[in-house]
Design a binder for this molecule. Structure first.
Ligand SMILES: C[S@@+](CC[C@H](N)C(=O)[O-])C[C@H]1O[C@@H](n2cnc3c(N)ncnc32)[C@H](O)[C@@H]1O
Length: 307
């Protein structure tokens, strides 16, 4: 899956159980649609949970459909799921600050990769490294490509190099500040790349290849009979709208007027028409001040339609 803001699984086991809680509530049907698919975590979780027999109904949905409006994000998921994304190129290429700003908004799989793996915190706007450590990181990147550095993965190689560099730094304070700078980058670029790449090793890849995929506005996706729809819309009131001006009232009107069950996620829903069907307190990130978790209640709303 793409390390995506608002993603239901990337932040660890806690969030995996959030995806499970949501998917457990959505009824079994012939077709399952994830109309705001983003980084693809819900579709991947649905495939994995079905494959591992985690739902009471076994095979809950015969066909799984992923839709996403952002073309780059859609293409990146498609390429990963169909096994055509060039991970070797992604691993070997150093994206400089200049290159980041020039390529991150290209509506291609590569543009989306640059945006999510080379931005600070995965937010897509700021370059991942501060100016002070950019050159050190570039050097480290070049070294991790060398065969003599021990380690199975690039991340293991990076950790080895950090230890070795630490040994030659005479001034202990220098080492401490290097480590502090590293910690400031909440998610390591290589960890993100490996999270994308980890998917290739999953058996469910074959299943993901068969997922129907569309790159449309949610209203334009044709819904087959005997379907359930899940919408992980941008979060109302959170200010996070993924570069689009999301019309919440328009979405609520659309959902209310559908003949089929529509479920949507949010921390809140300003329209009392929708029924709250599930909620769970989740840790969404660490506080910068005290390092403790910031908690929010993830909720699932329903338009009241049955199959
Ligand atoms: C909260 S995110 C989804 C996160 C996703 N569940 C995941 O785990 O990565 C919302 C997504 O909806 C997409 N989106 C925004 N407006 C849309 C629209 N009108 N139709 C379809 N997708 C839309 C955004 O690009 C964004 O990727």
């Amino acid at each position: 899956m793409i390390p995506y803001q608002g993603c239901k699984v990337y932040q660890g086991r806690w969030a995996v159980s959030t995806a499970f809680g949501i998917l457990k509530m959505i009824p079994s049907a012939e077709n399952f649609y994830d109309l705001f698919g983003g980084g693809g975590s819900i579709v991947e979780a649905a495939c994995r949970f079905q494959e591992n027999g985690l739902f009471e109904q076994g095979q809950k949905w015969k066909h799984i459909h992923y839709n996403e409006l952002n073309t780059g994000v859609y293409l990146l998921n498609k390429a990963i799921w169909e096994g055509t994304f060039d991970f070797d190129k992604a691993r070997r290429t150093w994206i400089s600050r200049e290159r980041f700003f020039a390529e991150k908004d290209e509506p291609t799989a590569w543009g989306a990769f640059v945006r999510f793996c080379w931005s600070f915190g995965g937010g897509g706007d700021m370059y991942i490294y501060g100016k002070e450590i950019e050159n050190t990181r570039n050097l480290q990147h070049l070294l991790t490509l060398m065969d003599w550095v021990p380690g199975e993965t690039q991340n293991e190689k990076r950790l080895f190099l950090r230890k070795e560099i630490g040994k030659v730094l005479k001034n202990h304070k220098q080492l401490q500040s290097l480590q502090r700078l590293e910690r400031l980058q909440s998610l390591e670029r290589l960890e993100r790349l490996e999270s994308l790449e980890g998917l290739q090793r999953l058996e469910s890849l074959e299943r993901l290849e068969r997922v129907n995929k569309t790159n449309k506005d949610y209203r334009d996706v044709p819904i087959e009979p005997n379907s359930v729809v899940y919408c992980d819309i941008p979060y109302e009131g959170s200010g996070k709208c993924y570069g689009v001006n999301f019309d919440f009232a328009g979405f609520y009107e659309w959902s209310k007027t559908r003949e089929f069950p529509v479920y949507h996620s949010g921390y809140m829903c300003s329209d009392p028409f929708f029924k709250l069907t599930w909620e769970k307190v989740t840790q969404c990130r660490m506080s910068k001040k005290d390092g403790k978790g910031i908690y929010k209640t993830e909720k699932l709303f329903w338009n009241g339609r049955k199959l």
